[in-house]
Write a protein that binds this ligand. Sequence first.
Ligand code: ZN
Length: 287
Amino acid sequence: MLVSAKEMLTKAKAGKYAVGQFNINNLEWTKAILLTAEELKSPVILGVSEGAGKYMCGFKTVAAMVSSMIEELKITVPVALHLDHGSYEACMKCVEAGFSSIMFDGSHYPIAENVEKTTELVALCAEKNLSLEAEVGSIGGEEDGVVGMGECADPDECKMIADLGVTMLAAGIGNIHGKYPANWQGLSFDTLAKVQEKTGEMPLVLHGGTGIPADMIRRAISLGVAKINVNTECQLAFAAATRTYVEEGKDLVGKGFDPRKLLAPGVEAIKATVREKMELFGSIGKA
Ligand SMILES: [Zn+2]
């Protein structure tokens, strides 16, 4: 059964570890992440962007696949199905489709409009027992065609949004989506400390987890980050393993062209990446 992310993140913040949000793209991705979470007894959040939702034939298809997989694979650890960077309209669709968590990305709205729409969604999520993530200060890089510059959030705006009653808050602290450029300045721990001071118990979310050095991840967790989003890293691992399989000509040997064989190394690579992240985030055995 899908659960809201509230309880797992409250526990994580109190216990000084973080729960990984791993974005899914298809059945193989979902299976790899769920099996690893179960094996390691870690809570997990499955992230779905609007683009990935569309690719997987709509949010209803995704919710049905994930719910059925949890049942068929006998997954017992807490699993949240979460809309990543949702528009207001996508949030509504995911609530209807049976997601257990949503992110409203109102960071590109003027703060007054972000507040108004977030307030509406807070009421809806409370009624349906869903967790709600809000974002302040846009996160850099490109996600589904939207490019942000990686600004640092205003701690007072963070408090304003947190006080509306959201479950968790993504604050921009110089983090970006995708691969980090060579001249990246690193995370702004000064901003993070100020945001944490203003927002107290609110679990904070770190987007763009791919390529942030391990020591920065640990420091971010010590400063109140309880959810870390990982997307690109699983994609890179999957692509590299699949490339090797094909370049070694294994698809040309026997029934190596069978998708169950062709995609298997990629699935194993995702599992290894998820395991590595769960170790780093400290969520193993916390289910
Ligand atoms: Zn993000």
